[in-house]
Design a binder for this molecule. Structure first.
Ligand code: NAP
Length: 252
């Protein structure tokens, strides 16, 4: 049984017209960093009460009891628009137990752990990196956040703070696909891997001998990057029963 329970909106930070973070308080069961929950509200416009629900990852570390969820408002998206208009003190439903296996305990030991995210899919990595459990076994962790425009890098300050706290173990790299910026690489993730621009810039290579790749975000990015890595870098999907080098999560 995994009931819906009430979550209280502590605050909402609307970063711009589309991107926002919800801060919630709810008696959920303990979860693992990288997992997701479901939020729901009733559609008040429907003739009969209809629950609208969507999956969202936690961005907060599990040890931080204030739930933080980073969300993009989808044009005509029913739930994301309702959530965007919530205010302090409002109520939303959340699942008591969390979901998913995109967690650090599922990643085998390796030298270089590559974390690729597009858009709001940066959330699970920030949860993992803030929790900092079972992660010192990697020599290097490379967090790559790809967005369309530089002003969508909402969590860059937290990425920089984590970079400093990890004392050289964590490298961070931003990517903007639709504009050039001095501190970001330009283009899409598969292109930056294929052309080796990313690896040259970071100074580490993505290979089946010493790397594990985590992919989270736009399903097309996940699919295209995965296909490239299996065809060109000799990598395979990681399964519990068969060790591999790629772990994936589609985001919407
Ligand atoms: P997104 O559309 O998934 O874009 C995030 C990043 O993923 C971009 O750099 C994008 O590159 C890249 N990407 C898309 N397809 C790819 C592929 N096949 N391979 C590799 N990279 C790929 O995420 P989002 O911008 O957060 O938007 C999510 C949803 O919200 C979408 O439905 C969007 O229409 C809607 N929305 C978002 C905003 C916003 O402020 N973020 C505004 C309006 C609407 P490209 O630039 O090359 O596509």
């Amino acid at each position: 049984m995994n009931p819906w329970i009430n979550a209280n909106v502590i605050s909402i930070k609307r970063w711009n017209n589309n991107l926002f973070s919800l801060f919630l308080n709810a008696p959920i069961e303990p979860f693992y960093a990288g997992q997701y929950t479901k939020l729901s509200l009733y559609d008040i416009d429907a003739s009969h009460q209809k629950r609208i629900q969507r999956a969202y990852s936690y961005l907060n570390a599990p040890s931080d009891k204030k739930i933080e969820i980073y969300i993009v408002r989808i044009e005509n998206g029913k739930l994301s628009n309702l959530l965007y208009n919530l205010n302090k003190g409002d109520m939303v439903f959340i699942k008591k137990k969390s979901f998913g296996f995109f967690i650090i305990n599922e990643i085998p030991d390796c030298e270089n752990l590559w974390m690729f995210a597009t858009g709001t899919a940066i959330g699970p990595y920030l949860s993992i990196l803030q929790e900092r459990k079972n992660i010192d076994r990697f020599n290097n962790i490379i967090l790559i956040h790809a967005v369309k425009y530089q002003n969508e890098l909402i969590y860059l300050p937290l990425m920089k703070k984590l970079h400093n706290e990890y004392n050289g173990k964590l490298k961070i790299q931003t990517v903007t696909s639709r504009e050039k910026n001095i501190n970001s690489l330009t283009g899409r993730i598969p292109f930056l891997i294929e052309t080796k621009k990313l690896e040259k810039h970071i100074g580490l290579s993505i290979n089946s001998k010493n790397s594990h790749v985590m992919l989270c975000g736009n399903p097309e990015m996940v699919k295209d990057t995965y296909s490239f890595l299996i065809k060109n870098r000799n990598m395979i999907k990681h399964l519990r029963r068969k060790k591999g080098n790629i772990t994936m999560e589609n985001y919407w």
